[in-house]
Design a protein around this ligand. Structure first.
Ligand code: ADP
Ligand code: MG
Length: 388
């Protein structure tokens, strides 16, 4: 029989676990009740729950800021300990980005703030410089290095807080409501960056009450409701088979799934496979018959590459940090500056060739999403690889 205090998954499968975790802020109702969970290594995880369900409280347990009243947290199969040395080691591997950047940013300038974490954990000076450069580049704030943190907008402060976490080069990046309060472009850029980090091996965990983000982005969903973990599994399973639970939590299904259900009822299209994106839902409902399929041309870019912009009639977009930097530097003029992979798949499935300037780290994910479009909507877009 499974011993309740031991993680279920083996050390290699699960990077963070909790067993029988209870936590109260005061003598009232517990904020977390008997949480048992396993977070698989290398995945993209969403903790979904309405306000007050315990997401932030739980996240503060993942890097040892909160200590359980009862129960255990495990990192890579080892019980988390709360002495200063163990906590420093944990926090250099599990980086938490707070919901509110003002809870995280203390330094006078951007670069000082980003350097704070690595400096505290004894990273050598020139390595800190490199990390600050890289982290600011990833969040698109290289130009703001010397800016006083007081003079930044909310979105910029959120990015500084994220850069601070990235500068730790963590194995696990935990972001509490990272998309809250951001405009649509910033939301997509953030999720794309999270994809990029995930593709290079980082386990990424975010919290949100936004069902659209959760459904589009997550590999796995863990749902919290009134301090209890009420679901753990695939997004399709959660949103399609747990609608009673979803309603109890005060959430509504993602639009793509509502559309899928309506089309099933009104036009008799099969419910399954469940579409994960608008492109999948649309092309499942209206398959392109007798017309030529477009191609998705993945044009691989790297920083130092001399790249030419597409011709005005060619549909195009950027995907990933390197491509974004080229666009920001005015070296690349494209139609879609964000959410471009989805748009490209939509256009290619509709018969239009689309050029996607893609970071090499994201090529695999682009191919996976094209395969998913084939599986869920029966549309096989031709992928063309171009390198320079
Ligand atoms: P979420 O992040 O999902 O919105 P929280 O973890 O912030 O949820 O809150 C979970 C519960 O704990 C809520 O009932 C909230 O009121 C309570 N809570 C959160 N932070 C504190 C605190 N610092 N002191 C007392 N109660 C708190
Ligand atoms: Mg919260």
């Amino acid at each position: 029989m499974q011993n309740k205090t031991e993680p279920v998954l083996s050390k290699t499968d699960s990077i963070l676990s909790a067993r029988g975790l209870w936590f109260s802020y005061n003598d009232e109702k517990p904020a977390l009740s008997d949480i048992n969970l396993d977070i698989p290594k290398g995945k993209k995880i969403v903790f979904l729950g309405p306000n007050g369900s315990g997401k932030s409280t739980l996240f503060l347990h993942l890097n040892g800021v909160n200590k359980p009243d009862k129960g255990e947290v495990y990192f890579e199969g080892e019980t988390v300990r709360y002495d200063a040395k163990s906590l420093a080691s944990l926090r250099s591997q599990v980086s938490l980005v707070f919901q509110n950047p003002d809870d995280q940013i203390f330094s006078a300038t951007v670069e000082e703030d980003v350097a704070f974490g690595p400096m505290n954990s004894g990273v050598p000076h020139d390595e800190i410089e490199r990390r600050v450069d890289e982290a600011l580049g990833l969040v698109g704030l290289s130009e703001m290095r010397e800016r006083p943190t007081q003079q930044l907008s909310f979105g910029q402060r959120k990015r500084v807080a994220l850069a601070g976490a990235l500068a730790m080069k963590p194995k696990v990046l935990v972001m509490d409501e990272p998309t809250a309060g951001l405009d649509p472009q910033m939301v997509h850029e953030l999720l794309e960056l999270a994809d990029e980090l995930n593709q290079s091996g980082t386990t990424v965990i975010i919290s949100t009450h936004d069902v659209e983000t959760a459904y589009e982005w997550a590999d796995d969903i863990l749902a919290l409701h009134m301090g209890k973990l009420v679901f753990s599994g695939s997004p399709e399973k959660f949103f399609e088979q747990e609608d009673h639970l979803l309603h109890q939590m005060g959430l509504t299904p993602p639009l793509v799934l509502s559309l899928n259900r309506s089309l099933h009822q009104l036009a008799g299209t099969p419910l399954q496979p469940y579409p994960r994106s608008l492109a999948e839902a649309t092309h499942k409902a209206f398959p392109l018959k007798g017309r030529k399929m477009g191609r998705l041309i993945l044009r691989c870019v790297d920083e130092d590459v001399n790249i030419s912009s597409p011709a005005p009639h060619e549909r195009s977009g950027i995907y990933g940090t390197a491509a974004r930097r080229l666009a920001q530097a005015g070296k690349l003029d494209v139609h879609y500056l964000f959410h471009a992979l989805e748009s490209g798949l939509m256009e290619a499935a509709g018969g239009q060739d689309f050029i996607l300037y893609t970071d090499s780290s994201l090529l695999k994910l682009a191919e996976e999403k094209a395969k998913r479009l084939e599986k869920n909507a029966g549309v096989s877009v031709q992928i063309v690889h171009e390198t320079h």
